[in-house]
Design a protein around this ligand. Structure first.
Ligand code: 26W
Length: 852
């Protein structure tokens, strides 16, 4: 620990200089536990960093610089950078203990964080210092950067959103804590073998994990199974207690969440599970050694692996164990450790709001009831009144199969007391329903938290809606459909409960870090300060008419494409053609997202060329890039991946195409790849069937980086189009009401096949085995599904999509027109900052405000 005297270290300004950055420095009034004076950051100088770095290398890693591996250098750099955040972190907590301000606890089973190193450098303003310091040690910072394996503790949009939100909360100086699970294996690493997806374990912890601080001494014990019993307490009151038959211990791992150059460092607390000693001992003493080892395995399994399903819950016991494990740890941590010992628990709603990120943490509701009623002896009604003010629920889906339900048999076996509590909540709720809708027994059955068919189970979304103070969707259209289609009876009963907060993304990671050239161009044009006030991008609007600015903007895009080419060549051995439109579709592989529509477009273009209907010179050169993981058990999604790879192979190797059309599918799309891919994109594919994509957040990242969107009126696309303007967005496809209408009158995909020649030729070409070496069976399931089922109306939207793509080509042929639109996309997308989303949550749901 450095004890540099106050004022000796002038903080370095980053290029995004921010006056609040001056609050950094060694003069922080945090008292060291050893009473050696204030805890201070190392000096923000090259020498200061080098000293810290060498200290970590020599004493932390135990190696000399001359003998150090890249991994040593990465770990030491990371720990050195982390040490700059520690004083701020301690100070943030001290201030919070002092003010006892109302906090937000974000409960999320997933956090798709992305790499930490650059983000920490940006937050501390140390980028240049560290680069120079490492260079002085003969180390290339880019080599160190590349050593970090991103913590992939999420599947897709929902997990990445949680990561953006914690970034924004810290950057906006909001008192907040994120709670989640420290999975030992995050989202699988995707590889392709013969074009098919093969999953590899994500061993992200193997080479060390320098960003976390574990606190085993603050571990929390969580029970599972067993039974409940009633007893009469000393005051003669009848009470219930839960006697679990097994326990696991949750160990908190703190991740520092630095605000953007504002001196705040919030906490992300991720729990890992280990066996409890007491439990082990009991079994050991009984002489059953193997049972004791089994108990150990049971415990450690809980935080072992992230479930890779991002829409169809498997209803697995382990998943419910994970959910209960992390929320029980988090509630206990908050009540017993974060809150002061003398806290008046009846004041809980003044001090905390738990935001439920989808239904995954909803078991927290009966858990808080259990703690208040059983452990703290509170009367049911009072506990319920408190609980109802402490939770709010965000829904992230519209697909019926993605709404979690837990069979009561499973839930009752694992959490018997919680099931009793849920039943009582439901009884009282249904009494209220019957009062509101007298005589309407059907209504009561429809709204019941307990479903009876196909098996008796708990509808977690209903439980969250009944208990939550607020329920929100994640884009305007989604929130409307949530009210009208998913929870209509609830919105009729409690209209004021429902609200919308359109998603957002953090501009720190997705503009500043991902696109440094664009960031510099923006700062050179409108000055500093836009990174935490993203509506200021509006000031770029007039420059869309400035030929010089447009030229600079194009240069940035071109340089980003060069950077992407280099990365894909080095990462995957993929060599992209130069000077082509970059047409990108990156997101989880799911039928509703309609990667198949994109495939049909590519195949149709290919067909035009090889059938001689079009001259190759008349085709706009395009490189199509896909990135997508399929859930390992999702057969159709995996077939689609295979087809994309086969089409890529065929198109890329056909001399008639002459490289003017190319398809690249780099495996293992993740946050790190996104950061290079998105800034290089010209065209953003957001082509889900209207009414299926809750929001999308990739769509926002592309628009902010100056890609134009081709998209349906779905999710946040609707708002993107409204903001950037119809002229700067390529809209196509059925609207949500039109989808409903077509569904109602009976959708026949074959009718579209029969009446559209280009579509028919494209499907026939796939069906003929042209892309699968003559193998028709390999494409049978896809072709069959398209022609006879096509749940997501790919065929119905085909013609409209092709026509929109023709408009894309036309616009692209005029570079000035294209860049004008691209610049306007950037200038008008400031709304999609997650800072704005946080403001909306604070105003509409949390009723908290930023500090100072
Ligand atoms: C296996 C159970 C399950 C069910 C749903 C796991 C995960 C989910 C998530 C809700 C899937 C998800 O990530 N949803 C996405 O959330 C994003 C953030 O709000 C939205 O932008 C996406 O549209 C939505 O699909």
């Amino acid at each position: 620990m450095s004890t540099q005297p106050a004022g000796s270290a002038a903080p370095q300004m980053s290029d995004e200089s921010n006056p609040r950055f001056a609050s950094y420095g060694p003069e922080l009034p945090v008292t060291s536990p050893l009473a050696l004076g204030p805890v201070v950051s190392p000096p923000h100088t090259v020498e200061g960093f080098v000293k810290e770095f060498l200290h970590e290398l020599n004493y932390g890693q135990g190696v000399a610089l001359s003998r150090s591996s890249v991994n040593d250098q990465y770990l030491a750099s990371a720990r050195a950078v982390r040490s700059y955040l520690m004083a701020q972190w301690l100070e943030t907590q001290r201030r919070q203990r002092e003010t006892q301000a109302k906090s937000v606890a974000y409960l999320s089973a997933e956090y798709l964080l992305g790499r930490q190193f650059d983000n920490a450098l940006l937050a501390t303003g140390l980028t240049d210092t560290v680069e120079k310091g490492l260079a002085a040690c003969g180390i290339d910072i880019d080599v160190v950067r590349a050593q970090e394996i991103e913590p992939g503790l999420g599947n897709g949009g929902l997990g990445r959103l949680a990561a953006c939100f914690v970034d924004s909360l810290a950057s906006m100086n909001v008192s907040a804590i994120g709670y989640g699970i420290r999975y030992e294996f995050g989202i699988f690493r995707q590889t392709f073998v013969d074009g098919r997806q093969v999953e590899q374990p994500d061993t992200w912890l193997d080479l060390g994990s320098p960003w976390e601080v574990a606190h085993p001494e603050n571990s929390v014990q969580v029970g599972f199974g067993g039974r409940t019993e009633t007893y009469t307490d000393d005051d003669g009151v009848e009470r219930t207690r839960w006697i679990p038959d097994s326990n696991v211990k949750g160990i908190p791992h703190n991740y520092l969440v630095p605000g953007y150059q504002n001196g705040r460092v919030n906490t992300l607390r991720l729990w890992s599970a280990v066996a409890t000693q007491s439990f082990d001992l009991a079994i050991f003493n009984s002489g059953d050694y193997t049972a004791a080892v089994r108990a150990q395995t049971f415990a450690e399994n809980i935080s072992k692996v992230l479930y890779p399903e991002d829409s169809t819950p498997q209803g697995r016991e382990l998943r419910l164990q994970q959910q209960y494990f992390f929320v029980a740890c988090s509630i206990s941590d908050f009540l017993n450790y974060v809150l002061p010992a003398d806290f008046d628990i009846t004041k809980l709603p003044e001090r905390i709001i738990f935001q439920l990120n989808d239904t995954h943490p909803v078991i927290a509701i009966p858990e808080l009831m259990r703690v208040l009623v059983d452990d703290r002896g509170m009367a049911w009604d009072e506990a319920w009144a408190i609980t109802q003010q402490c939770f709010a629920y965000t829904c992230h889906t519209l697909l019926p199969e993605a709404l979690e339900v837990w069979p009561t048999e499973l839930l009752g076996k694992l959490l018997p007391r919680h099931l009793e509590i849920i039943y009582r909540i439901n009884d009282e709720f249904l009494a209220e329903v019957r009062k509101t809708f007298p005589g309407d027994e059907l209504k009561a059955r429809n709204m019941s938290i307990i479903a009876e068919y196909p098996e008796r189970s708990v509808r977690m979304a209903y439980l969250a809606t009944v208990a939550g103070a607020k329920v929100n969707g994640v884009a305007e259209l989604h929130s409307q459909l949530l009210r009208d289609k998913v929870l209509p009876d609830f919105s009729a009963m409690w209209p004021e409960k429902f609200t919308n907060v359109t998603n957002g993304v953090t501009p720190r990671r997705f503009i500043k870090l991902a696109n440094p050239l664009l960031s510099t161009l923006i700062t050179d044009t409108i000055g500093v300060g836009w990174l935490n006030d993203l509506e200021r991008l509006r000031e770029l609007e007039p420059y869309a008419e400035d030929p010089e600015f447009r030229a600079s903007f194009r240069e940035v895009k071109a340089a980003n494409k060069v950077r992407l080419r280099a990365l894909l060549e080095q990462r995957d051995g993929l060599v992209l053609p130069e000077d082509a439109m970059l047409d990108v579709m990156v997101k989880r592989l799911h039928e509703y997202k309609r990667q198949l529509l994109k495939v049909l477009h590519i195949v149709a273009l290919y067909d035009l060329v090889v059938s001689g209907q079009a001259k190759i010179e008349d085709i706009t050169p395009r490189t199509f890039v896909f990135g997508a993981k399929a859930a390992p058990g999702y057969r159709m999604a995996k077939e689609i991946i295979h087809l994309i790879n086969r089409v890529a192979e065929t198109v890329n190797n056909d001399p008639r195409v002459d490289g003017r059309l190319a398809v690249a599918f780099p495996p293992n799309y993740n946050v790190t790849l996104a950061e290079t891919l998105i800034p290089a994109a010209d065209l953003s594919e957001q082509i889900s069937l209207a009414g299926k994509e809750a929001s999308g957040t990739g769509n926002m990242k592309f628009a902010l980086n100056g890609a134009l969107t081709i998209g349906t009126d779905d999710g946040a696309n609707v708002e993107i189009r409204q903001l950037v303007g119809d002229d700067n967005f390529f809209l196509f496809g059925l609207s949500e009401p039109q989808v409903e209408e077509l569904q109602a009158k009976g959708y026949r995909p074959s009718a579209f096949y029969e009446s559209n020649e280009s579509l028919r030729r494209a499907i026939d070409l796939i069906a003929s085995g042209a892309f699968t070496g003559g193998d028709r069976e390999a494409v049978g399931p896809i072709v069959g599904d398209l022609l006879y089922n096509d749940r997501f109306m790919v065929l119905a939207d085909y013609q409209s999509y092709i026509e929109a793509q023709e408009r894309v080509d036309e616009r692209y042929a005029d570079p000035d027109a294209w860049s004008r639109s691209a610049i306007l996309n950037v200038a008008r997308s400031g709304f999609f900052s997650s800072d704005r989303a946080m403001t909306d949550y604070m105003d509409r749901i949390w009723h908290v405000s930023p500090r100072r």
